[in-house]
Write a protein that binds this ligand. Structure first.
Ligand code: FCB
Length: 443
């Protein structure tokens, strides 16, 4: 048995074992005519990001992409989930930067040359500042802007990517960024949040239709589902828990697959939704071919009191990662079964992200990360348990290939299978990378 507790033979033929990254977190916006995004200005504003770090150089992947693809191939991964940067492709939000398209073209060819199946994500949070100036996700026009950008990218690489995701983590794009103020643009406003919650879905649907019209298929959306458990069974706690689940997990799946929003979220958001929102479900429900689920952890929910939605988080009680996130693999099993039963039916599901942050360090040329190996072992087992109960799981992408720019936490939270020294940019595979290699080589 491999250190990760699984062998390939236990998974169906064609199952995509992969790893994932995103453009802003690794590429380096200094290079290749990339335009400014709302993450650059958010990071430049004191108090938003630890040590005010930004993606200026990041992992220098823009220049080191060949070495990075070699690391994916050498571990034995079948697939790579990467994202294209909107601000790189359209630096002023409108005109197209040819250098950017050339870069993604080379990257996709580089994957194919190494036998790696390309899984593209069109939006992993790098909104051009020029579009942020026009209101970004709070402006309904973002749906048309996004469709236009999506068409531009896929006209160049769509003939060679295996699967395409429109939006990464709509909850983060909308709620975390416009209600909680933790990610760019850092708003804390329920009206802006409600609009972003709706427009991000409208953008997904509009782009999906636009891409299909161009002959692109195998399109999906990547939702982040977070486990939650009420800390007690008082009615007010249970109500806060239900609202959290509705806003976090049900809102997006329910819109895409059922054409409705959950009541427990609408009770607070409906007054702030744009007029005529119900009519947009015809677009939002544009059929998808697969569902992406990012899963990491859970929160213990308390009733925080105060204004709606009164959602508060209690301290962790289980083992935690360097992020403080609780390790709760059973929620992954439950989500895979729940999402297919309630929403996506027989459509293939990919775990598009799963992994953990560690305090990883280099010691005599090696990086021991036993907690990550155990985390991955337990989550692969949880995924397998869901498959045994009928969940149509078709792929599993470990987050992340490299230590990278972890948004508001800067470079401190290391999620990589490969360690990056941010002074020299040298890459060193961690013990978990070697463990993946061992498991993927097994029959
Ligand atoms: C997800 C993001 C990804 C990374 C991981 C840790 O929410 O999609 O970019 O930050 O969390």
């Amino acid at each position: 048995m491999s250190k990760l507790g699984f062998t390939r033979a236990e998974f169906p033929e064609g199952f995509a074992f992969g790893t994932a990254t995103s453009a802003y977190q690794i590429e380096g916006v200094k290079f290749g005519g990339c335009g400014e995004s709302h993450w650059d200005t958010f990071a430049a504003t004191p108090g938003n990001v630890e040590r005010a770090e930004d993606g200026w150089i990041a992992c220098d992947h823009y220049n080191r992409w060949e070495e990075d693809l070699d690391l994916i191939r050498d571990a034995g991964f079948d697939a790579y989930r990467f994202s294209t940067s909107w601000a790189r492709v359209m630096p002023d939000g409108e005109s197209v930067n040819g250098e950017a398209l050339d870069f993604y073209d080379r990257l996709v060819d580089g994957m194919l040359a190494r036998g790696i199946r390309p899984f593209a994500t069109l939006y992993h949070w790098d909104l051009p500042s020029a579009l942020a100036d026009k209101g970004g996700w709070t402006n309904r026009d973002v749906a048309a802007w996004f469709a236009d950008y999506s068409r531009t990218v896929m006209a160049r690489i769509g003939d060679r990517v295996e699967a395409t995701a429109t939006i990464n983590e709509p909850w983060c794009v909308a709620w975390l960024s416009h209600f909680m103020g933790i990610h760019a643009p850092g708003l804390r406003d329920i009206r802006a949040a409600a609009r972003a919650m709706h427009h991000v879905l409208l953008a997904h649907g509009t782009a999906t239709q636009a891409l299909r019209a161009e002959g692109i298929d195998n399109i999906g959306i990547v939702t982040n589902l977070e486990g939650s458990d009420p800390v007690d069974d008082r009615p007010e706690t249970l109500a806060a828990h239900a609202r959290n689940h509705a806003i976090y997990n049900e809102w997006f799946l329910s819109a895409v697959f059922k054409g409705e929003y959950p009541e427990a979220a609408l009770e607070g958001l409906e007054p702030h939704l744009p007029t005529g929102w119900q009519e947009d479900f015809a677009t939002i429900q544009a059929p998808v071919d697969w569902l992406g689920i990012n899963y990491y952890s859970r929160h213990r929910i308390v009733n925080a009191g105060g204004p709606w939605p009164q959602i508060g988080y209690a301290d962790a009680v289980e083992e935690t990662t360097a992020f403080g996130w609780e390790v709760t693999p059973h929620h992954l099993t439950n989500f895979l079964l729940w999402a297919s039963r309630e929403y996506s039916g027989d459509l293939p599901i990919h775990i598009t992200e799963n992994g953990m942050a560690g305090h990883d360090y280099l010691l005599d040329g090696e990086v021991p990360d036993p907690q990550r190996i155990k985390y991955l072992r337990d989550h692969f087992a949880a995924a397998k348990a869901a498959m045994d109960q009928g969940a149509p799981l078709a792929g599993y992408f470990v987050w992340s290939l490299l230590d990278n720019y972890e948004w508001a936490h800067g470079y401190d939270k290391r999620f990589g299978l490969v360690h990056v020294d941010f002074d020299t940019l040298e890459r060193t595979p961690k013990a978990s990378w070697h463990a993946m290699k061992e498991a993927l080589k097994s029959g």
